[in-house]
Design a protein around this ligand. Structure first.
Ligand SMILES: *[C@@H]1O[C@H](CO)[C@@H](O)[C@H](O)[C@H]1NC(C)=O
Ligand SMILES: *[C@@H]1O[C@H](CO)[C@@H](O)[C@H](O)[C@H]1NC(C)=O
Length: 195
């Protein structure tokens, strides 16, 4: 008797689950578009950290192993009037100014000449890091880079991996610039808040 009751109740239980599932599907209940959640649910259980990264950016536009190529320009673009040129980059980031020093990541994205009167860039790129705990994480930079200024500041507008929720800024300082080729080595100091 007890066994029969048990069987009946478990059958009723499965029927209940089945019906609630099918009715949920039938109603097509979507997940809520938005809701508040606890930071803990994303594993955020500590205060923000402030990190300082330092490396060198190698923009090679001519010669061997070019990592920056012009992909578009305006009909009016010329060497004396570079306005409108768009360059795609996959530039090496190394710990020292020598390109042979340890690679810590790459800067992948674009820059475009956006000033009619000076050498000023709109830069939009990701730092794709490869070093230690940063391997696979990214930071996204988007800002204005007047390349002949001593120090250029650009915002870090986000990140991924260890840099989720990142915000901050970079300071870019030209280390060497070859007037003949246009190749440049740029020193970067990056300051970011992240968890
Ligand atoms: C180009 O890359 C190759 C392979 O990594 C390297 O051996 C060579 O020294 C590089 N050349 C220059 C000019 O950087
Ligand atoms: C970074 O991660 C990739 C993919 O997981 C791996 O193949 C590579 O060896 C790692 N590099 C370093 C320097 O840890």
């Amino acid at each position: 008797m007890a066994e029969l009751l048990l069987k009946l109740s478990s059958a009723a239980f499965f029927l209940f689950i089945f019906l609630s599932l099918t009715s949920a599907f039938a109603a097509g209940e979507p997940k809520p578009f938005s809701r508040y959640i606890s930071p803990l649910s994303l594993g955020i259980n500590k205060p923000e950290k402030l990190s300082h990264l330092h490396f060198y950016f190698h923009d090679i536009v001519a010669g061997k192993n070019v990592t920056a190529v012009r992909v578009a320009e305006a009909p009016t673009t010329s060497d004396s009037h570079p306005f409108g040129a768009v360059v795609m980059i996959d530039d090496a980031l190394t710990v020292g100014p020598d390109i042979g020093s340890k690679l810590v990541g790459r800067a992948q994205g674009i820059y475009a000449l956006t000033s009619l009167t000076e050498a000023s860039l709109l830069m939009a790129y990701n730092f794709a890091f490869m070093e230690g705990k940063y391997n696979g994480s990214t930071l996204t930079v988007m800002g204005r880079n007047p390349v002949f200024s001593a120090v250029r500041e650009m915002p870090v507008i986000g990140g991924s991996g260890v840099f989720r929720f990142a915000r901050g800024y970079v300071e870019a300082k030209t280390h060497t610039f070859d007037l003949k080729t246009g190749n440049a080595v740029v020193e970067y100091n990056v300051y970011v808040f992240h968890y």
